[in-house]
Design a protein around this ligand. Structure first.
Ligand SMILES: [Zn+2]
Length: 117
């Protein structure tokens, strides 16, 4: 029978660490070329991802890399300036999420909320 493995320590990283930064460059569409649903709902509150046209991000050009033709079954109303603003919002949201997640991990480590297992 094999022995159980041994690992090195794996310390928690600070929320300001590079390890917490997402790899995408455009926060509006996360480099997919399509605006994230939760951001679309800030502009189209009743947006239905199953019935409504996908919204093209016109900030980063990611959509055009895979799709040279302007497809009429996509929503092109989100112009560059709007996508810039959604990118800023998403960056702020991400920072908040990162800090909340770090605080959650810290509370588990500190034992202030009890161990989850
Ligand atoms: Zn984009």
């Amino acid at each position: 029978m094999n022995e159980i493995p041994r690992f090195n320590r794996n310390p928690v990283v600070s929320p300001d660490s590079e390890a917490w930064r997402p790899s995408w460059t455009c926060y509006c569409c996360r480099d997919t070329g399509l605006v994230q649903d939760y951001l679309i709902r800030r502009i189209i509150p009743n947006y239905n991802a199953f019935e409504d046209k996908p919204v093209v991000c016109q900030r980063c050009g990611a959509y055009h890399r895979g799709n040279p033709v302007r497809d009429l079954n996509h929503d092109w109303r989100f112009k560059r300036d709007l996508c810039d603003r959604l990118d800023e919002i998403s960056r702020r949201d991400w920072k908040t999420t990162r800090q909340q997640h770090f605080q959650h991990i810290k509370r588990i480590i500190d034992g202030t909320t009890g161990h989850p297992f």
